[in-house]
Design a protein around this ligand. Structure first.
Ligand SMILES: [Zn+2]
Length: 62
């Protein structure tokens, strides 16, 4: 899976965050850089979010 904006290869956290922030049914996924630009959230904040989702047991992040 590649970022819909910049084409960079996505890791699992980036895919998971895209599903969480956009929609579980999202067909276009984004990397941390593009997500942070779109949602005006810092990359640190995104990584913290991913960690919280993982701790909550969200299967997108396991
Ligand atoms: Zn990107």
């Amino acid at each position: 899976m590649k970022c819909a904006e910049c084409g960079r290869e996505l890791d699992r956290d980036e895919c998971g965050l895209s599903y969480k922030l956009i929609s579980r049914a999202a067909t276009q996924l984004y990397c941390l850089d593009c997500l942070s630009r779109q949602f005006r959230i810092s990359k640190d904040e995104l990584l913290r979010l991913a960690e919280q989702f993982r701790e909550a047991g969200c299967t997108l992040f396991l």
